[in-house]
Design a protein. Structure first.
Length: 187
C-alpha cells in the first residue's frame, strides 16, 4: 500500500493537542505501508513547524530537545524537519517536469505540478496549497515508481471533495481515523 502524506499528518506529530496525534503516530509506525510525499509538503512543513517552534508549540522527546538546545533557531527547524521525515520513514519524491500551458494565445513552459493544479482548480474548489498537494500526488502516481493509492489527510475541505478527487485522480483521499479503522489498528 502506498500512501501520499498531507502536511497536517506530519505536523500533528509535534502537536500533542491535535485530535489525531496518536492515530497519526500509530499509522506512521506501520512498516508494511510506503509513505510518500512531495516537495510541497517539505516546504509547507518547514513553514508551519518554524512558526510553531517560535511560538513554543512544538513537543518533542527529551533527547531531541537536548540536541535542539545546542543549535541556532534556523538549524533547529531544519533538524526537526529531518527528524520527522526520518523517524516516520516518509519518502520525499521530487516531481519535476515541464508542461506547456496555452494561455491567451501564448505558450508557457511551466512546472508540471502547476499545470496539473490549473487543470484541477475549475473542478475542485480548494486552497492553492491543497490543490498543489493533490497535483503532487497525481504527479507521483503517474510519473514515478510509486503508484499512490491513498491521500491521507485530516483536512476537512479536501475530504469534502473526496469523491470528486477520486474520480479525477484515481487516488482516494482518506482521513487518518478511517484509514486506522480500515487497517484495524488499535489506538
Amino acid at each position: 500500500m502506498i500512501l501520499y502524506i498531507d502536511t497536517n499528518i506530519l505536523i500533528s506529530q509535534y502537536d500533542s493537542s491535535d485530535t489525531f496525534n496518536q492515530i497519526n503516530k500509530k499509522l506512521l509506525m506501520q512498516t508494511d505501508i510506503i509513505f510518500v510525499t512531495g516537495i510541497i509538503t517539505l516546504l509547507e512543513f518547514k513553514s508551519v513547524i518554524g512558526r510553531m517552534w517560535r511560538e513554543k508549540k512544538v513537543h518533542v522527546n527529551e533527547k531531541m530537545m537536548n540536541i535542539l538546545k545546542e543549535l541556532l533557531e534556523f538549524q533547529q527547524i531544519e533538524a526537526l524537519t529531518k527528524y520527522c521525515f526520518k523517524t516516520f520513514n516518509v519518502k520525499l519524491i521530487p516531481t519535476s517536469g515541464i508542461a506547456k500551458l496555452d494561455f491567451n494565445n501564448e505558450i508557457y513552459e511551466i512546472d508540471k505540478n502547476f499545470f496539473i493544479s490549473l487543470r484541477l482548480i475549475p473542478k475542485i474548489a480548494l486552497r492553492t496549497l491543497d490543490i498543489l498537494q493533490i497535483a503532487s500526488a497525481i504527479n507521483i502516481k503517474f510519473f514515478s515508481d510509486y503508484n499512490v493509492e491513498f491521500f491521507i489527510t485530516n483536512d476537512e475541505k479536501i475530504l469534502k471533495y473526496s469523491s470528486d478527487i477520486r474520480s479525477l485522480t484515481q487516488i482516494i483521499p482518506i482521513s487518518s481515523e478511517k484509514l486506522a479503522n480500515l487497517l484495524k489498528l488499535e489506538v
